[in-house]
Design a protein around this ligand. Structure first.
Ligand SMILES: Cc1ncc(COP(=O)(O)O)c(C=O)c1O
Length: 398
């Protein structure tokens, strides 16, 4: 029995079967590659679902977290912790928002955003103002509040009663959005690019109109940038493509460079809403994770780094455009920068398995959208490697 098989056998006995896992145990990561227990190399075009944006075990992140682990791993949010403050300061100075709340994951960041929006609205507009509008095919997390916010029925199944006060409208349909807004609406929450929902880019003009609607009606605009923020699209934040500023923004995934870290950012105006004792987290803003976050911020705020993201994204899109002429099942090439979705007319689950067997990690959403979320440091050589494998796989589609 191989080591991967041993791990698999034990895992199947001790874990809830919440994940459909591939059969290999990953034991090491380096740059854009993962290695399994048998030493097989995988070129990683998923980066832990948008987490390892500087690649796996980036030397600067390793050095920062080792140093911090030796110095202070946890004190409690009852005290100030310098790496937290430095990271919050960096997020504030690189965004249009002024206040930060740290947590440990995307769902927790969205929980914080939902709580802030509701509390502000109740205090400002009364007890009947608590509804949040979200988009069909959105994904905001797995906690009770965030599955209530998420419009995809599959994440809600079996968990009723859900949190009330969420209204779902079709993505990109401004008339539907306008119609859904009532006196009860306290916030609109959206991903500028719907990641799990099939890499659907919301048009800039739609986002501008939604922004204006929120301003006109004193509704909070919450941008869920958990998957598409932190440089993924070639801008530091994906909403910047539309030239808009949200009232609240949520971050996680890439923020901690591989360590669990989430953040909710909001405008100064909302600072008093979450006063002492109103919200909190034991681990939120862990200093080791924040040291990694500082390294990530240093890289993703660099113009040259962001240019690389755009160049690699353009290269991948150009190749897919060319392939679309040869493979009739490619219907649409979606995304921005290094979030790429390939809408196919055929299911893509088996292609993902086939890629895995050939040493390429990719992913499939919404049954027929191949999703690529490579590390942002991906090189031309690795892009070539990915295409060599995809050519083989596409060639086998009947
Ligand atoms: C847009 C978006 N929001 C929220 C989440 C939830 O994040 P987490 O799994 O860290 O709770 C995800 C995770 O995929 C996401 O893509």
């Amino acid at each position: 029995m191989t080591r991967s098989e041993q791990i698999r056998e034990t895992s199947e006995k001790v874990f809830f079967p919440t994940y459909n896992r591939f059969p290999s145990a990953m034991v090491r990561g380096e740059g854009a590659a993962l290695f399994d227990a048998e030493g097989k190399r995988y070129v990683d075009f998923l980066s832990g679902i948008g987490v390892a944006s500087l690649g796996h075990s980036h030397p600067e992140i390793v050095a920062a977290i080792c140093d911090q682990a030796k110095t202070l791993q946890h004190a409690s949010n009852l005290y100030f912790m310098p790496p937290q403050t430095e990271l919050a300061e960096s997020l504030v100075s690189n965004s249009s928002l002024n206040r930060v709340f740290f947590c440990n994951s995307g769902a927790e960041a969205n929980e914080a955003a939902i709580k802030l929006a509701r509390k502000y609205a109740r205090e400002t507009h009364g007890d009947e103002c608590y509804e949040i509008i979200t988009l069909e095919d959105s994904f905001h997390g797995r906690t009770m509040a965030t599955i209530s916010a998420t419009a995809q029925p599959k994440v809600k199944k079996g968990f009723a009663p859900l949190l009330e006060g969420f209204v779902h409208v079709p993505a990109g349909d401004f008339a539907a959005m306008e119609q859904a807004v009532t006196e009860k609406t306290c916030a609109i929450m959206l991903e500028p690019i719907l990641g799990e929902g099939g890499v659907v880019v919301l048009p800039d003009n739609y986002l501008k109109k939604v922004r204006q609607l929120c301003t006109d009606r004193d509704i909070l605009l919450i941008a869920d940038e958990i998957q598409v923020g932190m440089g993924r699209t070639g801008h530091l934040f994906a909403h910047q493509w539309a030239g808009i500023n949200p009232d609240i923004m949520t971050l996680a995934k890439a923020l901690g460079g591989g360590l669990p870290l989430g953040a909710m950012l909001a405008k100064e105006k909302y600072a008093e809403t979450l006063g002492a004792g109103s919200h909190g987290s034991t681990f939120g803003g862990n200093p080791v994770a924040c040291r990694a976050g500082l390294v990530v911020m240093r890289h993703v705020t660099d113009e040259k780094f962001l240019r690389h993201v755009l160049e690699m994204g353009d290269l991948i899109r150009a190749r897919f455009n060319e392939m679309a002429g040869r493979f009739g099942f490619i219907e649409e090439i979606r995304g921005r920068g290094l979030i790429v979705g390939l809408k196919l007319s055929v299911p893509c689950k088996e292609m993902v398995t086939s890629a895995f067997k050939r040493g390429l990690l990719i992913n499939c959403t919404q049954e027929s959208v191949l999703r690529l979320l490579p590390p942002l440091i991906i090189s031309e050589k690795e892009v070539e490697e990915m295409f060599e494998i995809l050519e083989e796989i596409f060639g086998e589609v009947k």
